[in-house]
Design a protein. Structure first.
Length: 66
């Protein structure tokens, strides 16, 4: 004859605080990695192209004849 076990006692294990702490630690590590990549991306960004000055061609007078 089989035993009848209540549902709450038949569980294999429970998550509890340990599982919750692991999930929170993983989330914090992901946020730290994201922040570091954002900072690194800002540091290596190419400078603005609008600030470069193009030199004007030299003003030449009439061509010398000769």
């Amino acid at each position: 004859m089989t035993k009848n076990i209540p549902e709450n006692k038949a569980r294999q294990g429970r998550w509890g605080w340990h599982g919750f702490q692991i999930l929170i630690a993983g989330l914090l590590l992901a946020l730290i990695a994201w922040g570091v990549s954002e900072i690194y991306g800002e540091l290596i960004k190419a400078p603005n192209t609008g600030e470069h000055h193009v030199p004007a061609p030299p003003d030449s007078g009439p061509a010398p004849s000769g």
